[in-house]
Design a protein around this ligand. Structure first.
Ligand SMILES: N[C@H](CCC[C@H](N)C(=O)O)C(=O)O
Length: 260
């Protein structure tokens, strides 16, 4: 069977996107998803998404991590699928779509390559020694460090993700360095089991964890990741984060057809 796909990336977090509005792909399993996401034996990607129809929303986003398992919310994937929906003509410049963590509103530039995606409200941040743990649609561990450029993110992230506390359910591990006018973030992603170039729910979690040191109000946080720049905007009342937006580029890289 031939399957058409598009490849997108958002700040270097890259995805295989499949228009599944007609729903002919019944026999997709985790092995096939992992194969399509493989960078040597497949198309390559940190994850794979289906854009499917939904009766109450513009579309539904079904997300798989590159290991082939259904993931929790993917922020950069959400931004990329909005750009994909625009390119397919499913939406214009605004959308309400459904993802695994609930409905999301997003707005998009006319060209479709800058997407501002609303993320879930967050009111709980817990501490794990000197790190923070919170759920922004996916579970995240946030640790502030110095000299992040030379940190061994793969081994340190892997160790935390697989420790006794997180081994069973897994967690995404983010390291952040405060650069004064922006935050520099690197993430080891669960389900990819590697460092990725960017993680949208991850940088959202980082901006929230770091905002605890700030005065409440409307906070805009510029973020640098390995694959580019993102920005997180939210309102913080001292305990709750609302009107949360993950903003950044979402670019189509290529499209093609695979046979399986
Ligand atoms: N790359 C994603 C996170 C994917 C979530 C996944 N790693 C999981 O925890 O299931 C993002 O931009 O938010």
């Amino acid at each position: 069977m031939n399957i058409k796909f598009s490849k997108y990336q958002g700040a270097g977090n890259d995805f295989v996107l499949i228009d599944h509005r007609v729903g002919e792909l019944k026999n997709i399993d985790s092995k096939l998803v992992a194969q399509l996401c493989d960078r040597r034996f497949g198309i390559g990607g940190d994850g794979l998404m289906f854009l499917t129809k939904h009766k109450d929303y513009d579309f539904e986003m079904v997300y798989y991590n590159s290991d082939g398992n259904v993931g929790s919310m993917c922020g950069n994937g959400g931004r990329c699928i909005v750009a994909f929906a625009k390119h397919l003509g499913v939406i214009e410049n605004e959308t309400n779509f459904l993802a695994v963590d609930g409905p999301h509103y997003a707005k998009i530039t006319a060209e479709g390559n800058w997407v501002e995606l609303q993320m879930i409200d967050v009111d709980t941040i817990t501490a794990d020694e000197n790190a923070f743990v919170l759920n922004t649609g996916s579970p995240h561990y946030v640790k502030q460090v110095t000299d992040l450029a030379s940190l061994d993110v793969f081994n340190k992230g892997k160790e935390i993700r697989n420790n006794d506390t997180y081994k069973t359910n897994g967690i995404n591990v983010n390291f952040v360095e405060d650069k004064g006018d922006h935050l520099f973030v690197r993430t080891f992603e669960r389900g990819v089991e590697d460092e990725t170039y960017a993680c949208g729910t991850g940088v959202t979690a980082v901006a929230m964890a770091m905002a605890q040191q700030k005065q409440p109000g409307h906070i805009e946080t510029p973020i640098e990741v390995l694959g580019g720049k993102l920005q997180i905007n939210f309102d913080y009342d001292g305990s709750k984060f609302t009107n949360v937006f993950l903003c950044g580029p979402a670019e189509k890289v290529f499209e093609g057809e695979v046979n399986f």
